[in-house]
Ligand binder design. Structure first.
Ligand code: GAL
Length: 688
């Protein structure tokens, strides 16, 4: 078995990747600019470029007519200065000739309207001809560049997402359902609660994907459709990678994942926990809205930490930041640029949480179309003298000093469980507060206490191993199968501490409620059962008394019926005043806690403080600091690489309790140190 400190070289590169999306295909008639690119790449201390992402019309301008010479040259030029190429497959967008000749490659939306050619990320994932075309193109790329010394990895398509409802997809969906339900239509009708509104099917051909002009209220159907969309996207991806697995088995493969922007929550469209199994390396595109007007910098940094810890935990290995912006984007409501210092800080936060790269969208700003004002390393002025270019260069110089960190990870005693399927089902549930479910945001709230105290957390999914954690936190796990319930039970039986909250364990994997009250195994391990969930209007408030303090409650309160559980907190108001709101229960070798309502942050701080002490959960490294400073560590067998980051607009005093060495300056550091606004210190600590 691999030790937790063993390095996993996900890209096989022993240096931090720095660079990003490079679209020379937009500049083929400007050799002077392409030549400048190569000079500027070296000046900016960048080393790795993702090429060809949307280059299909440059690679195959007419059907069967291929132009690879320009790409050959790009490979040579990048290789010439020791740079590396992440070669993308171009399936994220098609040339017009293909949509015209083979209209089945175009998507049909949920309202059954066939889309016109245009945009990107809009192919039918079932269309045989698109699968053939991508496989052919990818084979040519593998044959031509598979042995090129500059080739670092394959980047499959771009940000897979969305669905297609064409006739081919309907057939594929029905076939998928037949497999899931062993050809048993009655089993499907049972799982979908068929008799409701007379929705029983008596022939598979009657089943259609969810649609605003058809069926949208059958939750089992909605859930199965989303599962199908994930599987069909993976199947499209698997078809794309056939030539690479065959011809270049040594070259790692990734596709870039996303996050939903405003709250930086995981992308909702695909179950990445399933997708992750098919990738060699997780990579994702991060566009946090730094300096926004709705949260503090530290609040946003906490959310970045959360999602990094999810994507890192998907494979329990370092990931790649595949895209980020060195300044602003073009698609937020307000596209603010990063203030001086933020680029270095935000980049080092990514490294601190497990990234082995800082890659950008994009290398050079486009001249036309919708991304011409999106931040890029090289601006329209083509200059090395502007602030953004200089800050990118600073990041490059820093990364060059962090090569030793590549491949390192860090263990954790705490896990928070996130589940895509449960999120889909909960969002679908017509009940509770339609605006206040906020499942991923609730997980962020639980994550916050640990982030503030520098206690490392893995954000895991339901099929991952629970046994190595002391504390497993499962907030709002609305959908939970019997299998997961029994895994949670055995985690507690064997000594684990489990925290669960309101709106958990209500439905099974078909989104059917559990009958006869809460599942008996959950009742057994928690020593109580939730009997009623009260939903509040936005201005309603209650409070919970816990350890002689009162904490504000909003949105949800669950009325609990205690059996053998201890009462840790009680509601203070309403018809359930004085009844249990927070309970604990010792079960076999472990312990469980149930939090009945949505409580303010201070409650979580105080509640988890008790567990931090009783379970001896340690900060990653002993650095004393105030709120808004975060410390993260990556660990090698003999060394800790410690990142101390000031996510506030003020100077912060921090105290290193043991002597460390600054990785950038080589200087010894101990005792009090002042961090400037947005400053990050990276130090190493030699383990004795
Ligand atoms: C990403 C996409 C890139 C670019 C970028 C702009 O979602 O993958 O191609 O459009 O957004 O921020």
């Amino acid at each position: 078995m691999m030790s937790k400190h063993e390095k996993t070289y996900t890209t096989k590169a022993n240096f931090m990747l720095h660079g990003g999306d490079y679209n020379p295909d937009q500049w083929l008639d400007r050799p002077d600019i392409l030549a400048d690119d190569i000079k500027l790449m070296q000046l900016s201390h960048t080393n790795t470029f993702s090429v060809g992402i949307f280059a299909w019309s440059a690679l195959e301008p007419e059907e069967g007519v291929y132009h690879f010479e320009w790409l050959d040259e790009i490979f040579e030029n990048i290789h010439g200065f020791g740079g590396r190429v992440i070669l993308a497959t171009p399936s994220g967008a098609r040339p017009a000739w293909m949509s015209q000749k083979y209209p089945e490659v175009l998507r049909v939306n949920a309202s059954r309207i066939k889309q016109l050619h245009g945009g990107r990320h809009n192919h039918c994932f079932t269309a045989e001809v698109y699968r053939e075309k991508t496989e052919k193109m990818n084979r040519l790329l593998a044959e031509r560049y598979g042995n090129h010394p500059a080739l670092l990895m394959w980047h499959i398509s771009n940000e897979y997402g969305g669905d297609c409802h064409c006739d081919h997809c309907q057939v594929a969906f029905r076939d998928w359902l037949k497999k899931q339900y062993n050809n048993d239509l009655k089993a499907l009708n049972d799982a979908w609660w068929g008799p409701f509104w007379s929705h029983t099917f008596n022939d598979w051909s009657q089943i259609e994907s969810p649609s605003p002009i058809g069926e949208s209220a059958v939750h089992g159907l909605n859930l199965d459709w989303r599962r199908f969309v994930t599987d069909q996207t993976i199947s499209f991806y698997q078809n794309e990678v056939v030539p690479f697995k065959e011809l270049t088995p040594e070259i790692p493969i990734t596709t870039n994942f996303m996050a939903d922007t405003h709250d930086l929550i995981p992308f909702q469209g695909l179950d990445y926990s399933k997708f992750a199994k098919h990738l060699d390396v997780i990579s994702w595109d991060a566009y946090p809205a730094w300096h926004n007007d709705w949260e503090t910098t530290a609040d946003l940094a906490m959310k970045v930490g959360f999602i990094d810890d999810l994507y890192r935990s998907l494979k329990q290995q370092p990931f790649l930041l595949m895209e980020s912006t060195p300044s602003g984007v073009n698609w937020h409501n307000v596209n603010k640029t990063k203030r001086p210092g933020m680029h270095q800080l935000a980049s080092m936060q990514m490294i601190a949480h497990g990234s082995d790269s800082i890659l950008y969208f994009q290398w050079r700003k486009s001249r036309g179309s919708s991304e011409k004002f999106h931040g890029a390393v090289v601006d329209h002025d083509n200059s090395t003298e502007n602030r953004v270019f200089k800050e990118v260069t600073q990041v490059g110089e820093t990364l060059e000093k962090l090569s030793e960190v590549v491949g390192t990870n860090r263990p954790s005693d705490v896990a928070i469980l996130y589940d895509w399927e449960s999120n889909w089902a909960l969002n679908d549930a017509q009940g509770f507060g339609l605006e206040t479910k906020r499942y991923p945001q609730t997980l962020q709230q639980h994550y916050r206490t640990f982030w503030e105290q520098d206690i490392p957390v893995d954000v895991i999914t339901k099929e991952q191993d629970f046994t190595s954690y002391k504390l497993l936190i499962v907030p709002m796990l609305y959908l939970v199968s019997e299998k997961t319930i029994s895994r949670l039970k055995s985690f507690v039986e064997n000594g684990g501490t489990l925290v669960m909250t309101y709106i958990s364990g209500l439905v099974n994997e078909h989104d059917l409620t559990y009958l006869g009250g809460w599942h008996k195994d959950l009742q057994e391990i928690f020593g109580m059962k939730p009997v009623e969930t009260d939903t509040y209007y936005p201005n309603d408030r209650n409070s919970v008394r816990f350890n002689n303090q009162s904490y504000e409650l909003k949105d949800y309160a669950t009325v609990l019926e205690r059996d053998t559980a201890n009462v840790e907190g009680i509601y203070e108001d309403d018809f359930y005043a004085e009844t249990p709101a927070v309970t604990s229960h010792s079960y076999k070798k472990g312990k469980t806690y149930y939090i009945g309502g949505r409580l303010e942050d201070q409650f979580h701080r105080d509640f988890y403080q008790g567990l931090i002490e009783s379970l001896s959960l340690e900060p990653v490294f002993p650095v004393k600091h105030g709120r808004g400073v975060s410390v993260q560590v990556r660990q090698a067998p003999q060394k800790d690489y410690v990142f101390v980051m000031n996510f506030t607009e003020e100077k912060q005093n921090v105290t290193f309790e043991s002597s460390v060495k600054d990785l950038l300056t080589g200087e010894e550091v101990v005792g009090n140190v002042t961090l400037e606004k947005y400053e990050v210190r990276i130090v190493e600590h030699q383990k004795s």
